[in-house]
Design a protein around this ligand. Structure first.
Ligand SMILES: [Zn+2]
Length: 68
């Protein structure tokens, strides 16, 4: 299970979100998360409605490096 740090584009809030398993489909330009991203204020958001923060990118990079 992996927690990533996001920033909500709607309210600007930064939050940690448990995204479950992360996969990196070759045919897509973005990772796929097992669980939905949910802002504590706005509820469930799509990838287009959030930014991955610098911390989140570091966290995602670590997952990518350890992925087989
Ligand atoms: Zn929000």
């Amino acid at each position: 299970m992996t927690e990533l740090n996001f920033q909500c584009k709607k309210c600007g809030r930064e939050f940690d979100c448990e995204v479950g398993k992360i996969s990196f489909p070759i045919e897509e330009d973005r990772p796929r998360f097992e669980k939905d991203i949910a802002c504590p204020r706005c509820g469930i958001l799509s990838m287009d409605e959030v930014w991955l923060t610098e911390l989140g990118q570091t966290q995602l990079g670590a997952v990518f490096m350890s992925a087989e």
